[in-house]
Write a protein that binds this ligand. Structure first.
Ligand code: BES
Ligand code: MN
Ligand code: MN
Length: 475
């Protein structure tokens, strides 16, 4: 047996011995309501940052720092004493999405509860559980290696991923040398089905906006002004309906012209996925059709085509009874998911132009950007992907599915464009984990799987001679 087999075994045994402690610590973190998009939770977000920093320090990670930013803090730590070994940048986020509608939760979103081997809480899987799994993998390795690690690590944990990640964007652009690494490992994605591990090699970007419609100076009597007064809710409905047709096509033609096409190699990779992903999606949604662009493969629609979605509409009278009024204003939250080739700022300009074209007379519409992030697509033919593949196969007894994800992790594009590192997106979320929805959960066995697959990956990266012979790329 090689040294790394022995240390891997010791680290995995440490995980077994600390199952309960690892779960209790995660529950403590989940009790902190670190909702990054709501200003009233600013202090909770700061408390969560400190919790993560303390956990890293206890693990033996060095130079742990809660970095103040214009937004929420970043947590950074490093351990760079594995001379001649590669440096791995570990990423996760400690912020979470809002919990509404609160009355649809079966238990308190910030009081974790275990039901059927699942841990229910906001952030359980997205991303506190997966992020904390990274920390517990480091702790287990530190123990197995008597206070050292098989590779160098930098740990960067974000507190506003769910709010667009402006602070981390500035940090990565300003201090690329502080993050210099050979590979980045992101624990914030899912698997196509239970038991089938996944390597995500692409994610969509996003532009999130609010469209505001202003009609008259003030609300109007709907009899007195009906027939001559502008109705901003109706105008908004016309615009929203006009932006995407019944055929599922977005009516901004440039979007499709700029889109980077899916290659035949990718389609071949998708075919190797043992899971019938469209069938699983229908099951999860509880409907038996997959509405959207006609004639296009549903997997492609869900991961590699642009989307336009309305998230909410506000305006007018919604109280009991009736009120005959023409409201003066209305707003809609609208976002577009952007596959590679489509940039947030460019698409925002195209959207503004299209909204102006569709807007009926008497109403003034303005499009406000709320946040955005770029798509990312990483090559699958590198030595770190092979190491990840091996780690996942060891852990699950079956090779990983290579997938694009329809979601967005804005920092992914920055690791690619600013740090020029290969990125491994290796997560253990399940399709029915209810991320961003009521009753979010983490399947508890997948928490331990994540810890173990990260242990295996770091051990392989630290011992594979093919990786060692690469020229070191460090600051
Ligand atoms: N972890 C998700 C991204 C994700 C979702 C990856 C599903 C794989 C599968 C991440 O926390 C997220 O939700 N990102 C936001 C970004 C946005 C607010 C800028 C998203 O995709 O909506
Ligand atoms: Mn996430
Ligand atoms: Mn999320």
């Amino acid at each position: 047996m090689s040294t790394s087999d022995t240390t891997t075994g010791a680290a995995l045994a440490y995980v077994e011995q600390h199952r309960d402690a690892f779960l209790e610590e995660l529950k403590a973190l989940l009790r902190i309501p670190s909702i990054s998009t709501l200003p009233e939770h600013k202090q909770d977000v700061e408390r969560a940052a400190q919790f993560v920093a303390d956990a890293l320090t206890r693990t033996g990670i060095e130079n742990v720092n809660v970095i103040k930013t214009a937004g929420h803090p970043l947590v950074y730590g490093e351990w760079l004493k594995a001379e001649g070994k590669p440096t791995v940048l570990l990423y996760g986020h400690y912020d979470v999405q809002p919990v509404d509608p609160r009355d649809q939760w079966l238990s308190d979103p910030f009081e974790p509860e275990i039901r059927n081997d699942n841990l229910y809480a906001r952030g359980a899987v997205d991303d506190k559980g997966q992020m904390y799994g990274l920390v517990k993998a480091l702790e287990s390795l530190m123990h197995a290696h008597n206070g050292s690690l098989p590779v160098n690590v930098r740990v960067l944990i974000e507190g506003e991923e769910e709010a667009g990640g402006e602070a981390i964007e500035a940090y990565v652009k300003e201090h690329p040398e502080r993050l210099a690494s050979d590979v980045a490992l992101v624990a914030d994605t899912g698997m196509p089905a239970p038991g089938v591990p996944s390597l995500v090699y692409g994610l969509r970007g996003i532009i999130y906006t609010e469209i505001h419609a202003q009609g008259a100076r003030h609300d109007l009597h709907s009899g007195e002004f009906g027939g001559v007064g502008p109705n901003p809710i109706h105008a908004l409905a016309l615009v929203l309906a006009g932006l995407k047709g019944a055929d599922g096509k977005i009516t901004i033609p440039e979007l499709y012209e700029r889109l980077q096409p899916v290659t035949d190699e990718e389609r071949a990779l998708w075919k190797r996925n043992p899971v019938d992903v469209p069938a699983e999606m229908m099951k999860e949604m509880g409907i038996d059709v997959l509405p959207g662009e006609e004639g296009i493969d549903p997997i492609e629609r869900a991961t590699a085509r642009p989307t336009l979605e309305v998230h909410g509409i506000k305006g007018g009278f919604i109280g009991d009874g009736s009120k005959t009024v023409i409201p003066a204003e209305a707003t809609a939250k609208v976002s577009l998911r952007l596959p590679p080739g489509l940039r947030p700022a460019e698409v925002l300009a195209l959207l503004e132009k299209r909204v102006a074209e569709l807007c009926p007379p008497g109403v003034k519409m303005t499009v406000h950007e709320i946040n955005g992030g770029d798509a990312v697509l990483v090559p699958v033919d590198n030595i770190f992907m092979r190491a990840a593949e091996q780690a996942l196969e060891q852990e699950w007894g079956t090779p990983p599915a290579y997938e694009r994800s329809g979601g967005s992790i804005p920092v992914g594009a920055l690791f690619d464009s600013e740090l020029h590192v290969p990125i491994i997106f290796m997560g253990t979320g399940l399709p029915d984990d209810n991320i961003h929805a009521p009753n979010e959960k983490y399947h508890i066995p997948n928490y331990y799987h994540l810890i173990r697959q990260v242990i295996r990956f770091l051990e392989i990266v630290g011992s594979d001679p093919a990786i060692l012979s690469r020229p070191a790329k460090q600051s």
